[in-house]
Design a protein around this ligand. Structure first.
Ligand SMILES: Nc1ncnc2c1ncn2[C@@H]1O[C@H](COP(=O)(O)OP(=O)(O)OP(=O)(O)O)[C@@H](O)[C@H]1O
Ligand SMILES: [Mg+2]
Length: 438
């Protein structure tokens, strides 16, 4: 049962830290206000109102009793006295019945206690507490008419409950507003840290990241920044070393080729020289990729635009486009172009036609490249992503690939925080599914 309750609370609680902290701050304030209001209203206001009403009714009763017993002169005197001393305005309305219109408000404690106090004293009466702002109109049946008594409203209402409510809620709102500003400042550094981590994960360029906020957040941000720098240095070192090796290998290869040219057995020399050519191509391919990848900045761009540009360069008949989503994403344009070109090249090299789709999911853009070639068996899906891996030479006969295409494509997409997966396409060939987060 507690588990269910826990789940329910988790579900209705806001997801963002800012709103959660706001609830923590605002709930006690609001609760306190409600308690103070209830206590004030019940124990102070209502009690005071009852006491005041009781004494007012006694005054009215006294006046009424004297009025009833006196002659015209005495009646006039008592009316004047009450006017002077209690601010009562009294008039006898002859031949006038009590109004039948019901004016008592059911939710008003003033009306309720007035009725309760008047009931045991007078047989027939009517009052109206709303028509005048500061006066109450009370009528009591007397002889063939009614005695109309106007008395000040503040004789029965201690103070305005509305003003009290205003006084109690305004500071509350003010406190919540202050908390809002402070909380925003406290959560902002955390939000910035999360954004920086997300950017880094997608391989976007982060300028200088300045830790700020509370000590713990600052520390986390500082450690993140150090980790980010270490990873960047590590990545750069690795690709620089590989580039260095690739570059240096070209010199001995050239030397080997020269020496082969001088060899007597030309048939062997020819085969060896072909192998050396292939090795050179591999090295050049890698160096190309490494130099391009190095300092490219990310840019916001529409992915459909890029695909259209690439496809323009191919023979249109072989490629079908079905581009759905029009959304800009932050990418390294040349790298993404290279990746897509590698995938399309594969499709056209191993199959005859290629279909390209794009679609949008909750968090990413998916680019699907289908072909009608022989496809790749599932147990090779992992292998073909490895550098220089080719399934079998016979399949790629007459094709000058070196086996870097897919691994470069994979590397590029991963550095954008995305992924490539391979499947069987509806055309019976290979389906490459690229998803890029935005
Ligand atoms: N669309 C495809 N259909 C069938 N097999 C494929 C397809 N794409 C790749 N392969 C297989 O996966 C292997 C690796 O592909 P990859 O693109 O990495 O290298 P490559 O095409 O041989 O050379 P290159 O470096 O010029 O791209 C290929 O040799 C091929 O056997
Ligand atoms: Mg290829």
């Amino acid at each position: 049962m507690f588990y269910g309750l826990n789940n329910f609370i988790k579900k209705i609680l806001p997801k963002r830290l800012f709103y959660r902290s706001l609830i923590i701050v605002a709930t006690p304030i609001i609760l306190l206000q409600i308690i103070i209001t209830v206590v004030f209203f019940d124990s102070l206001w209502i009690k005071a109102n009852k006491g005041m009403t009781r004494s007012l009714v006694s005054e009215v009763q006294t006046m009424f009793d004297v009025y009833k017993k006196g002659d015209v002169n005495e009646q006039e005197m008592i009316v004047n006295l009450y006017n002077k001393n209690f601010d009562f305005v009294v008039a006898f309305k002859e031949n006038e019945l009590l109004p039948t219109k019901k004016t008592e408000r059911w939710f008003s404690p003033i009306d309720r206690s007035l009725r309760r106090e008047l009931k045991p004293v007078f047989d027939s009466f009517w009052f109206d507490t709303t028509s005048y702002k500061e006066l109450v109109d009370l009528r009591i049946k007397y002889k063939n008419g009614a005695l109309q008594i106007f008395f000040p409203r503040n004789k029965i209402a201690p103070s305005s409950a509305r003003i009290f409510a205003l006084w109690i809620t305004l500071p509350g709102f003010f406190l919540i507003l202050i908390a809002l500003i402070f909380l925003k400042n406290q959560t902002r550094p955390l939000v910035n840290l999360a954004k920086a981590a997300e950017k880094f994960g997608k391989g976007e360029f982060i300028k200088e990241f300045r830790p700020s906020g509370a000590r713990e957040i600052r520390q986390a941000a500082y450690e993140f920044d150090r980790m980010r720098k270490r990873i960047t240095i590590h990545l750069n070192q690795r690709s620089e070393m590989l580039s260095g090796i690739s570059h240096d290998l070209r010199t001995p290869l050239t030397r080997l080729k020269l020496q082969l040219a001088l060899l007597k057995q030309q048939d062997i020399a020819k085969k060896m020289s072909d192998d050396i050519d292939e090795m050179e191509r591999m090295l050049n391919e890698y160096l190309d990729f490494a130099s391009e990848q190095k300092h490219e900045k990310t840019e916001m761009i529409n992915i459909n635009q890029i695909i259209k540009n690439i496809v323009k360069k191919y023979d249109d008949k072989k490629i079908n486009l079905k581009l759905e989503e029009d959304k800009k994403i932050n990418i390294r344009i040349n790298s993404i172009k290279r990746c897509l070109i590698n995938l399309i090249d594969n499709g056209l090299a191993y199959g005859k036609k290629v279909d390209i789709f794009t679609k949008k999911t909750m968090q990413s853009i998916v680019i699907i490249i289908d072909d009608d070639g022989p496809g790749i068996p599932e147990n090779e899906h992992q292998n073909v992503m490895k550098p220089f891996y080719r399934i079998d030479k016979s399949r790629s006969l007459n094709k000058s690939g070196v086996g870097l295409g897919l691994s470069i494509a994979n590397d590029i997409i991963r550095s954008h925080g995305g992924s490539i997966s391979l499947e069987k396409s509806p055309l019976n060939g290979l389906r490459a599914k690229v998803s890029l987060p935005f």
